[in-house]
Design a protein around this ligand. Structure first.
Ligand code: BJW
Length: 231
């Protein structure tokens, strides 16, 4: 049976071949930097300049990167399924915009977006392609020094959880691409899929922390394995 609705969860591994670092691989961001000092609200409160610098550097990297064959394969699959009356629900943990630039029409960013800033005073977001500095004012409410990257840090609630879990429950296939299965709630989605009797497959360079929970797997670089799997 060809699945009519596919739920795809992507992680940093899908953007690795575009030159964006992953978090937990050897040499990854969290192997070099302490996430508790960079990716928590407490870190931002204690040392906003260091946190802003880290994300300013990463924002420049995202802008310089290009989508790869794995991002493009998902965009093609979305269009193909949609033409057949089906749906590809793309839920990404990534804060980059490479899915959008590859042509995916609907992308749900559960850990936020690096090319947006959020104001801690008015809570509204705005597009942001340049560095955030503490003398900036919010383009919405004009408060000064209140902008932060619109990303989800440890201890914060991921975004769009209701829509994500509803889409997962209605899908015919759960596909996880390039994610280590180390961070919740996303890491729990494979078990949620299984609880709904939905077949599951992981696409990864190596078995993830959750590998045992999947029915099926394809190991190798996502730019090769994902287009082949979806063709
Ligand atoms: C390739 C490849 C190639 C490489 N081809 N593959 C115990 C149980 C449950 C929860 C918790 C717990 N203890 C603490 C928690 C909560 C915490 C958590 O999960 N901590 C864990 C460390 C245990 N979670 C949270 O705090 C979350 N919020 C939360 O739980 O709120 C409460 C709540 C929620 C829901 C219901 C009720 C209550 C928030 C998590 C926020 C994560 N934020 C980050 C930073 C975002 C901003 C930024 O970019 O800096 O999100 S951390 C980082 O990890 C980032 C990623 O999205 C996330 C996941 O990483 P990902 O994408 O999987 O990357 P890697 O590097 O881990 O893996 C890459 C994979 O790619 C590897 O497997 C490679 O093999 C593979 N790969 N090259 C294919 N070419």
């Amino acid at each position: 049976m060809t699945p009519k609705t596919i739920f795809v969860l992507t992680g940093a591994g899908i953007s690795a071949e575009s030159g964006l670092g992953t978090f937990r691989d050897r040499g990854g961001l969290w192997a070099r930097f302490d996430p508790m000092r960079l990716a928590t609200p407490e870190a931002y409160a204690a040392d906003p300049d260091t946190v802003l610098d880290f994300y300013n550097h990463r924002r420049r990297g995202v802008i310089a990167a290009e989508p790869n064959a794995a991002h493009r394969a998902l965009a093609r699959a979305e269009a193909r399924l949609s033409a057949l009356g089906g749906r590809l629900f793309l839920c990404t943990q990534n804060v980059d915009d490479l899915h959008e630039r590859a042509g995916s029409a609907a992308v749900v960013h559960m850990h936020g977006e690096l090319l947006k800033a959020r104001c801690t005073a008015c809570a509204r977001t705005s597009e942001r392609r340049t560095d955030i500095v503490r003398t900036d004012s919010c383009p919405r409410c004009e408060a000064v020094g209140t902008l932060r990257p619109d990303v989800v840090w440890f201890g914060e609630m991921p975004l769009h959880l209701e829509a994500i879990e509803a889409a997962l429950a209605e899908s015919d296939l759960f596909l996880a691409v390039g994610t280590s299965g180390a961070v919740y709630p996303a890491a729990g989605y494979v078990r949620l899929a299984r609880a709904h009797a939905i077949p599951t497959c992981e696409i990864n360079l190596n078995p993830s922390d959750n590998a045992d929970a999947f029915d099926d797997a394809r190991y190798g670089p996502a730019s090769v394995t994902l287009p082949a799997y979806l063709s």
